[in-house]
Design a protein around this ligand. Structure first.
Ligand SMILES: [Zn+2]
Ligand SMILES: [Zn+2]
Length: 154
């Protein structure tokens, strides 16, 4: 991926940039991601928080609690409603970006799938892919697997 990574909400009022490569990218099939995206799953980019910044617009924050009771700040465009990034309060070094908001999504490669227990029944996890039925205990395996595929030509 060419740095910096840039992206925006659907109306383009809110823009951001990332000065680091993703640590990992994965699909989340939890029902919160299904509801938030209006789709079968969400795609999340793990990014060091210091590498993420908004460059335009005034995003708003809505805070929700996760299954484990931890609080997550969810930032979105107040005009078009596009969710841009999740900032878990318990992991201040981490930003989780919605991958579909990138200006160029062609280089998004998935390292694995989480919350497959609530995946759509027609979705089959690709053979050999990392999969967790629920929240992984940590992201180590997803980070390792992403490093192996990140720079591989398609
Ligand atoms: Zn917008
Ligand atoms: Zn999710």
């Amino acid at each position: 991926m060419q740095l910096p990574l840039t992206g925006s909400c659907q109306c383009r009022a809110v823009r951001y940039r990332c000065t680091a490569a993703p640590s990992s990218i994965y699909a989340c099939h939890c029902t919160e991601c299904q509801r938030q995206s209006g789709s079968a799953f969400g795609m999340s980019i793990l990014m060091p928080r210091e590498a993420f910044s908004f460059t335009q617009g005034a995003p708003r924050t809505w805070t929700r609690s996760s299954d484990s009771g931890r609080m997550i700040d969810c930032m979105f465009c107040p005009d078009c409603g596009t969710r841009i990034v999740h900032l878990p309060q318990h992991s201040p070094g981490l930003a989780i970006i919605r991958a579909g908001t990138l200006d160029d999504t062609r280089s998004v490669k998935l390292a694995g799938h989480i919350w497959t227990a609530s995946r759509q029944p027609w979705f089959e996890v690709p053979a050999g892919s990392i999969a967790y039925e629920r929240q992984p205990p940590d992201f180590a395996r997803l980070i390792e697997a992403y490093a192996a595929i990140a720079d591989r030509p398609d």
